[in-house]
Design a protein around this ligand. Structure first.
Ligand SMILES: [Zn+2]
Length: 412
C-alpha cells in the first residue's frame, strides 16, 4: 500500500507547482483550498502537491490550494482534511473585477485596482494636501518599479515628530492590505480639518505610508498568478523565482527554522541577508528615520488570519523588553476592532502565537530600528476567502482596521 502511494505521488509531484504558460493567466477553476493536518515527514510532499501553500510558516496545519488532479493524492497523505473553499475560480469571480480609477473618495474602497491606479490614488490624494504631505520613494524593485509612499505631517511641520511607518502588500497576493493602508492615509488627510481626534494624531507623528512595497509581485498577481507571494527576483542556476521580502531583513536572518533556503519555497529567504532590492529600500527608510526623529510605531500589514502580532518571530521564548506595553496596546486595538464589526482578532508575540519567522520586518524594526512598538496585522478573514476577499468586504475591513490603528496611535 505504502509503495503504491509513493509512486503515485512521484507521478503527480510535477503537477503541483503552478507554471503559467507564456502570456496566460493561471486558471484556478476547480482548484480547492484544503486545510490539512501536516507532520514533518509529509510536509514536503504536501508542498509538492500544492499549487500554493497559503500559510507557509505553519507546520501542524496547512492551508493549501490544490488542482483537481492532485486532490486525491493530497488527501491520501494526511490524516485530516477540511475543504475551506470548493472552487478558487468561483471565489476569484466573487472578488470582483479590478476596477479602473476614480478620484479619491470613499468609493475607492469598494473595489480592487490596477497597480498604476494605486500610484495615481496617492498622487491625487497628495495633490489635495500639498502643505502637509509629499510623495516619497522607498527604493526600487527588481524590475525597476519605484516603491512609492506618502509622508504626512501636521502642525509641527514636516519631519518634526517621531515616525510612524506603515508598509502594505509585501506579500503580493494580500490585496486587501494595500487598500487598507491607503485608507489610513486617506483618513489622516481628509479628516484632519474636521475631526479633532484625527488632527491630534497627525499633529503627534510624521506618517510614512507605503501601500505596496512589493510592486513586481503585485503586478504579477494581476497579470499572471493571483496567488503569487514573493518578489520576482531570480537565483542563478535555479528556475524558481522570488524571494520572500519578509524573510530577508538583516536581523536574525541566519537563524534556523523560520524561513526556507529553497528558492522554490514560498518563504525563500534569499542568498544573503537583505539581498532583495525591495528590502534594501525598506530598511534604508527604517535606518534613516531611526537616525533622525526616531520611530514610535511600525505596522506591517498582511492578510489573512485576523491577528495582531509583535516581536519576536525568530525565538518563541524571547519577549520584547516592553512586551507588556505591546500587549496592552494590542488588547485595546483588538477591542476597538470588535466594537466596529464584531470581528475577532487573536493577539500575541508572533512566534508563539502564529509561527516562527526569521529575517522578518518587525524583529528588525524592534531591534535595529529601535521602534518603540512594532506590530504585524493579519487582516480578514480566517481562511474562507483567504487572500481573495470579496470586494464587498473591503469597506468593512478598512473601517474596522482603522479603528484598531487609531486606538494604537492614541496609545503610542
Ligand atoms: Zn503576508
Amino acid at each position: 500500500m505504502k509503495s503504491i502511494l509513493t509512486s503515485a505521488l512521484l507521478l503527480s509531484t510535477a503537477l503541483g507547482t503552478v507554471v503559467p504558460r507564456a502570456g496566460k493567466k493561471v486558471d484556478y477553476n476547480g482548484f480547492k483550498v484544503l486545510r490539512v493536518a501536516s507532520t514533518d515527514d509529509v510536509k514536503a510532499q504536501i508542498e509538492n502537491l500544492a499549487a500554493h501553500v497559503l500559510n507557509p510558516g505553519r507546520s501542524a496545519q496547512l492551508d493549501v490550494v490544490v488542482s483537481p488532479d492532485n486532490i486525491d493524492a493530497l488527501t491520501a497523505l494526511v490524516s485530516e482534511s477540511q475543504v475551506l473553499n470548493e472552487d478558487v475560480g468561483a471565489a476569484l469571480a466573487e472578488e470582483g473585477e479590478v476596477t479602473a480609477y476614480a478620484v479619491p473618495s470613499e468609493s475607492w474602497f469598494t473595489a480592487y485596482h490596477p497597480y498604476a491606479d494605486h500610484l495615481q490614488f496617492l498622487r491625487d490624494l497628495q495633490a489635495g494636501y500639498t502643505t502637509q504631505s509629499e510623495i516619497v520613494t522607498v527604493g526600487t524593485s527588481v524590475q525597476g518599479r519605484v516603491l512609492t509612499g506618502i509622508h504626512i505631517w501636521g502642525s509641527g511641520g514636516k519631519g518634526s515628530k517621531p515616525a510612524v511607518i506603515i508598509h502594505g502588500n509585501v506579500h503580493a497576493r494580500e490585496w486587501i492590505t494595500s487598500v487598507t493602508t491607503e485608507y489610513f492615509a486617506w483618513q489622516l488627510l481628509t479628516k484632519y480639518a474636521s475631526d479633532a481626534s484625527v488632527k491630534a494624531l497627525v499633529d503627534k507623528f510624521d506618517f510614512y505610508i507605503t501601500p505596496i512595497v512589493n510592486p513586481d509581485g503585485f503586478v504579477y498577481t494581476q497579470t499572471t498568478d493571483r496567488l503569487w507571494r514573493k518578489n520576482r527576483q531570480t537565483v542563478s542556476g535555479n528556475s524558481c523565482v522570488g524571494r520572500d521580502i519578509n524573510r530577508n531583513w538583516p536581523y536574525k536572518w541566519e537563524a534556523p527554522g523560520g524561513a526556507s533556503t529553497d528558492p522554490c519555497s514560498e518563504t525563500y529567504k534569499g542568498q544573503a541577508a537583505g539581498d532583495a532590492p525591495e528590502n534594501r529600500g525598506l530598511r534604508t527608510q527604517v535606518d534613516s528615520l531611526r537616525a533622525s526623529r526616531g520611530i514610535r510605531l511600525y505596522l506591517d500589514v498582511h492578510s489573512y488570519g485576523q491577528y495582531i502580532l509583535w516581536p519576536y518571530g525568530y525565538d518563541c521564548n524571547l519577549r520584547a523588553e516592553n512586551d507588556a506595553q505591546h500587549r496592552s496596546i494590542a488588547t485595546r486595538a483588538q477591542t476597538a476592532i470588535r466594537a466596529v464589526s464584531g470581528t475577532a482578532y487573536t493577539i500575541g508575540p508572533s512566534c508563539s502565537t502564529l509561527y516562527a519567522t526569521t529575517g522578518s520586518s518587525t524583529d528588525y524594526t524592534d531591534v535595529t530600528g529601535n521602534s518603540t512598538y512594532s506590530y504585524t496585522y493579519e487582516l480578514r478573514d480566517k481562511g474562507t476567502y483567504g487572500f481573495t476577499l470579496p470586494a464587498n468586504q473591503i469597506q468593512p475591513t478598512v473601517r474596522e482596521t482603522w479603528a484598531g490603528v487609531v486606538s494604537m496611535l492614541k496609545d503610542a
